[in-house]
Design a protein around this ligand. Structure first.
Ligand code: ADP
Ligand code: ADP
Length: 222
């Protein structure tokens, strides 16, 4: 589902922040991307989401070469992908419902469909009945659940998450990771960047470890 072949990345005028990355994440797998701050985790996720473009090498998402993707096809690509951020990026002046509905509205989905899909997504993250609440009235863990509902509301094949538990205590982190595990059991492919090694050990998924822009284990540890 995600395949990187000899991928390098440098930002304009900068040194390489990713070097010769080879990675293969098969359909239906959940894996972690670990490494200290600055190792290049966010950059790799941004390449996968086509927020940034590779400098060298080939990056395939579901068989599609992201470098050859025409600009007008990027929205189509994004529909196959869900993205979860550490800081949720929720809109504070909108309800939980509106936050989750946003991507579907932008995609032009019909209102009746939006309603049922938002409900289903909130149900999946354990927030049924919280549609009309303000994000500000929710705890940190609940806010992150809204962020996840928003990322999965369009039923993406792949979910990428950048430090999704970075601001949460161990108990809430476990709940969020178990939620990811559950999505994975239902067939979703997930790549989760984290430096929470406790969770990585607990969940027993393949681990891609980045250090100074290089993968330490080109073959992920099973
Ligand atoms: P991580 O997510 O592992 O903390 P990042 O991918 O955010 O790592 O950063 C890797 C390196 O790339 C860091 O040295 C960072 O300063 C640099 N970097 C990240 N984004 C940019 C950018 N937009 N422009 C220039 N350098 C960047
Ligand atoms: P993270 O470690 O989670 O990537 P950062 O605080 O490093 O978060 O980065 C926040 C944002 O700033 C990201 O979009 C990243 O790409 C960008 N960024 C990081 N380092 C640099 C840099 N040296 N120059 C420009 N942008 C950067």
């Amino acid at each position: 589902m995600i395949r990187a072949i000899n991928v390098s990345k440098h930002y304009p005028g900068g040194r390489n922040v990713l070097q010769e990355i080879d990675l293969h994440l098969p359909k239906g797998q959940m894996a972690f991307l670990t490494g200290p701050s600055g190792a290049g985790k966010s950059t790799l996720l941004k390449l996968i989401a086509r927020i940034e473009t590779v400098s060298r090498g080939t990056l395939l998402l579901d068989g599609q070469d992201l470098a050859k993707l025409k600009r007008r096809h990027i929205p189509q690509l994004r529909r196959q992908l869900g993205i979860v951020f550490q800081d949720h990026k929720l809109l504070a002046d909108r309800s939980v419902f509106a936050n989750v509905a946003l991507t579907l509205q932008v995609a032009g989905v019909r209102r009746a469909h939006i309603k049922s899909r938002v409900r289903a997504a909130l149900d999946q993250v354990g927030l049924s009945g919280r549609e009309q609440d303000s994000p500000l009235s929710l705890s940190g863990g609940e806010q992150q659940r809204v962020g996840i509902a928003r990322a999965i509301v369009h039923s993406p094949k792949v979910l990428i998450a950048d430090e999704p538990t970075g601001n949460l205590d161990p108990q809430l982190s476990s709940e969020i990771m178990d939620l990811f595990r559950n999505l994975n059991r239902h067939g979703m492919t997930l790549l989760i960047a984290t430096h929470d090694l406790g969770q990585v050990e607990r969940l027993d998924c393949p681990v891609y470890a980045l250090q100074h822009g290089r993968l330490q284990n080109q073959e992920a540890r099973p």
